[in-house]
Write a protein that binds this ligand. Sequence first.
Ligand code: ADP
Ligand code: MG
Length: 244
Amino acid sequence: MTATLSRASYPPPAVDRAVEPSVIELIDVSKIYRTGDVEVGALRNVSLHIEENEFVAITGPSGSGKSTLMHILGCLDVPTSGIFRLAGHDVQSFDENQLSDVRNVFIGFVFQQFNLLSYLPAWRNVELPLVYANGVRPAERRERAMAALETVGLGNRADHKPGEMSGGQQQRVAVARALVTEPGMILADEPTGNLDSTSTADVLELLDQLHDSGRTIVLITHEHDVALRAQRTIQIRDGRKVQS
Ligand code: ADP
Ligand code: MG
């Protein structure tokens, strides 16, 4: 049995590691952006595997293709060519509904800019993925949002709006939002890029905890110190994986 990624299977089953060892498998993936006559090869023939419960950093200078790669891994964008398998499933074969289920249920996203809704208190931001996942009742949404906020140490800030919190606290709210669906994988794109060193340490500590609790972590960063927290680093440069 491989992991099913459909709405019918909410909450998501664990990936069967005996049968499907690679959560992520990219084979010869390229992404070409075309703007008018100009073509940018944002990713060029990238092949990589990430196993369940690995903590992997993806590093490279600005413009090297890190965010493009994250968008593909997160099913937010599709490759121009190549194969992308997620938990053994061929992502190209998914329709829009299946893709949005994968994004909602299987993957938790954390972004550099936090991407919180400023007019909603923390717990309302955290419950949002459960609002999009059908069938979770309001009382349970609130309970799970509060539990996720406790996990990131912000149970006492549940009613605060993003503007009333520090950057580090806002990013912890964003991590709680990423966790609330209990996804198997966390994709974080420069999650510490806007944080001071203390808040950076807090967020990295959280990622460590999530890794220890069995999740697969993909951390995109251009900061060497941050990448050192991962078990393994994949470097990209000019859209190509640097052979290590
Ligand atoms: P990074 O996250 O490493 O800074 P990106 O993945 O954002 O790199 O960008 C890789 C390359 O692709 C850059 O040259 C960038 O300008 C280009 N690019 C990214 N997104 C788009 C887009 N939507 N349209 C056109 N070019 C893009
Ligand atoms: Mg980027």
